[in-house]
Structure formats: C-alpha cells, structure tokens
Design a protein around this ligand. Structure first.
Ligand SMILES: Cc1cc2nc3c(=O)[nH]c(=O)nc-3n(C[C@H](O)[C@H](O)[C@H](O)COP(=O)(O)OP(=O)(O)OC[C@H]3O[C@@H](n4cnc5c(N)ncnc54)[C@H](O)[C@@H]3O)c2cc1C
Length: 427
C-alpha cells in the first residue's frame, strides 16, 4: 500500500522514522541531512598524537559511550582506564539491534577509526520497516534498499569491536564504583566495592542511568516516565512462528494503539525476533504481576492487547525466554550542571531519555566529542570539558525537545495518525 500523504517528523522508540512517514498532518519535517549538518558543526578533526601530562583519563563504565571515549583517546595517544562493574565482557547479554545513524553514531565510529569494522557487522536488509494496525493490517511497508542512513547491528558485536580496538588491560572488569570523594583541585578518589581506590585528575562518568559519578555534578535523579517495556524473544521464527515472522517482516515492525500500547519487534540476526511491548501504566500495575511465572505474566500483559491479531499477540504469549520488565526512566529535559573541575558525564549518565533510537548513538557521539576536545586541549582540561559540555547540553536538549514535540504518548499519537491514513485508504 502506498501512503498518499505528506511527510511528517515522527520520533518513536528505538528508531528514528522521521524520514519516511507520510501523513496529512502539517508537522515540521526534517531530513537526515539536516541532522548531519547540525552534528557536523561540532565535528572538527584533530591531530593524532597528543602531549598528555596528566593521570590517565579515568572512565567509569564500559558501555558504548565509555568505550568510544577510550578508543578516541587511544587514537590520539592519550592514556585511559575504564572501570566496569561487570565481572567480564561476556557476563551479560548485550541486548538487541541498534540502528547506528549517519549523523551521530557513525561520526563517532569515524573518529574512532572503526568504520571498516563497523561495515563488517551491518545486518543487511534490517532497515526495512513496517507499521501494522492492531488487527494486523499493514499500514506502511518500507523495504531496505541499502541507501538508508541507519544500518542495524547487534549491540554486542559493536561493543566487541570497541573492546578489541583498545590496548590490553584498558578495561578493568569487576570494578564497581561505590563512592567518590572530591580531593580538591579537580582531583577525585574513586572507591570500588572491594575496597580498592584510585585517584584521578580527570574522571568521566559513562556509567549509565544510575550513575555514581552524576551526584558530583547534579542532584537530578531519573524519574519513572509512566511507560514500561516487556521484552520477549522468539527463536527459529520461520519454522516455529511463520505467521508472526511474516507480520514482522525483515526489519522493524511497529504496531501502535490508543491507550498507550505499542508492540515493537525487530528481526535480529538469524531467525530471531526480539520484541518490546510498551504499556503506559503506573509501576504498581506492573508490581502486581509475578514475572517469575512467565505464562501468567505474559497472559496478564496480553489481556491489555485483547482483540489484536493473533500473529501480534504471539509476540507476547509465545516467547521463548522469560519476559523481562523494563520500566523506563528519564532525567529532566534540558538537564545540565555548572562546571565542576576534573569531572564530567557522557551518554545516559548525562542525558537519560526514554528510548527514542538516539541513546546509544548519542553516548558514542559524546565519547568521541569529549575525546577530540581533550586531544585538542591537552594542557587545558577545563577548557576541553567546557567546550564538550556546552555542545553536549545543546544537542541533548535538541533531541529531548524533538521528543517532547511528539507529545507524551507516542503510541497514542502514532495510532491516531495511522488510523487516519488507513481510513483514507479505505474510502
Ligand atoms: C529497552 C531499551 C532499548 C533501547 N534501544 C535503543 C536503540 O535501539 N537505539 C539506541 O540508540 N539506544 C537505545 N536505547 C538507549 C541505549 O541503550 C542507551 O542510551 C545507551 O546504552 C547508553 O550508553 P552509555 O554508554 O551511556 O550507558 P550504558 O550502556 O548503560 O553503559 C553503562 C556501563 O556502566 C557500567 N556501570 C554502571 N554503574 C557502574 C558502577 N557503579 N561502577 C562501574 N561500572 C558501572 C554498566 O555496567 C555499563 O556497562 C535503549 C534503551 C532501553 C532501556
């Protein structure tokens, strides 16, 4: 079906689909090129080797943000140590697919000198996208013609590329930070769960939503957004779940409905479908569900999707893994802080938002930008951090403002939008 309507800027969880949704609503539209221009403004190139006269940069957290920072610093000859709470690189599954955008995530990988390795892990065809109504009607079906600017990769493979690009010993696994003490003059003492400590003159919090570094800069605490995701997996879908495999298609599938409901499914590597079921409910509603009883839990969640096409509800009820509840938290929009010597934040630690397809991309971009700023001003760390923070506050506020423009309830708005398109199509 073709959608005979005008282009609209739409931001939905996990994916930026602002380039290819068409509607009869008169919203402001943007292109991938507009965004790339915005990011390129602050994307200067610096030389490769840097005279560094300080302690190694101390990075807390080996997520995509912290590892990108460590890699860009390494490219510029600046030593860094990454302290990670998890005991090993393989101790936790790394989640599903990420679309890496040509206007931020890919620019970070360019700065890290890892574009060739990145191209090697791209999953062909996964930029395809469909939007379905609750009864299974296909409202939008976009194929992946290979020209999109947001190729999909497995998060674990991307993280592995970054890990492999660092000198041995850069990441210290099993180092959970429990407290940090300011020593004055921009120096900090970091204490780990086993009692060990390090003292550093440049501390970077890349430790995600519940950052231990953030309180040094700001009292802000993430708040529940009113939405939670329930995560499920279906394996061997072509043979075991053919109707659902057909409904999801070869890339991403979104099925929104009024009442704050949205099913998002991704065709991952192999014959796996990874699903996030989004529900707008208070946390007490979820607390009343026993997630240790997968059958009862998924049956309760599926009740909220009563009357939906069975190939869609199968994504909830036929899961091959125990469903995982993921309440969504966010920092206040426009979150920022006054400069505190010797410490800063990148990624979710700095600007946690509800999933909007930008979080991992922004974390990597932050890491690359901070790395480049430090390389540009090796003898003036405060100037480097100030430049990085000012640009970071601006871009994260811009993304948050675009999300806000979409309104509080994305599922509601998408459902309304595509219901209208479908009605027109039927007339
Ligand atoms: C359900 C869901 C789906 C998402 N999907 C997408 C998507 O499709 N695309 C996208 O771009 N973004 C997505 N995001 C957002 C994305 O996951 C985050 O924005 C991104 O991972 C942030 O990277 P980061 O490096 O800042 O933090 P993280 O990835 O959270 O990494 C932080 C690291 O710090 C470590 N750490 C934490 N505390 C400590 C401590 N005290 N001591 C030492 N180490 C510590 C953690 O173990 C972790 O390794 C999604 C988020 C959610 C919740």
């Amino acid at each position: 079906m073709t959608c005979p309507l005008k282009k609209v800027s739409v931001h939905i969880p996990f994916i930026n689909i602002r380039y290819f949704i068409y509607t009869d609503f008169n919203f402001r539209s943007r292109t991938s090129r507009d965004r790339r221009g915005f990011y390129m403004m602050s994307n200067n190139n610096y030389g490769n080797q840097t005279e560094w006269n300080s302690t190694p940069v101390t990075i807390i957290g080996a997520g995509l943000g912290g590892l990108t920072l460590a890699r860009v610093l390494h490219v510029h000859g600046i030593p860094a140590t990454v302290y990670e709470a998890e005991p090993s690189p393989t101790s936790r599954a790394q989640g599903g697919m990420l679309d890496i955008h040509d206007y931020n995530g890919q620019l970070a990988l360019e700065a890290a000198g890892l574009m060739d390795a990145f191209r090697g892990i791209i999953l062909e065809g996964r930029q395809a996208m469909r939007i379905l109504s609750p009864d299974g009607t296909v409202l939008l079906d976009q194929v992946d013609d290979g020209t999109g600017g947001r190729p999909e990769v497995q998060r674990g493979e991307l993280r592995q590329i970054l890990l492999d690009s660092l000198p041995a010993g850069t990441v210290r696994w099993g180092h959970k930070v429990i407290s940090i003490r300011a020593l004055g003059g921009g120096r900090h003492e970091v204490t780990f769960a086993d009692g060990r400590t390090v003292i550093t003159s440049l501390l970077v919090g890349a430790d995600g939503a519940w950052s231990r570094v953030r309180p040094l800069l700001t009292p802000a605490i993430p708040q529940y957004t009113g939405e939670s995701f329930i995560e499920t997996y279906l394996f061997d879908v072509e043979s075991r779940h053919p109707a659902t495999a057909k409904a999801v298609g070869g890339g991403s599938m979104f099925a929104p409905a009024p009442g704050g409901k949205l099913i998002i499914a991704h065709r991952e590597k192999g014959e796996t479908i990874h699903t996030y079921v989004m529900l707008t409910r208070p946390q007490e509603w979820f607390a009343a569900i026993d997630f240790t009883d997968p059958a009862a839990a998924t049956a309760r969640i599926a009740q909220a999707f009563d009357g939906w096409a069975p190939e869609l509800t199968a994504l909830i009820t036929d899961g091959d893994t125990t469903p995982v509840l993921r309440p969504i938290y966010a920092l206040p929009t426009g979150h920022r802080w006054d400069r505190v010597p010797g410490v800063t934040l990148i990624g979710d630690a700095a600007h946690l938002t509800p999933p909007n397809g930008e979080g991992a991309n922004l974390a990597m971009y932050d890491g690359a930008e901070l790395g480049k700023a430090l390389a540009a001003h090796p003898n003036d760390i405060e100037r480097a951090i100030t430049e990085y923070e000012q640009a970071m506050f601006l871009r994260s506020a811009k993304v948050a403002a675009e999300d806000a423009e979409m309104g509080d309830n994305v599922a509601e708005r998408l459902a309304y939008l595509f219901d209208g398109a479908l009605r027109e199509e039927r007339q």
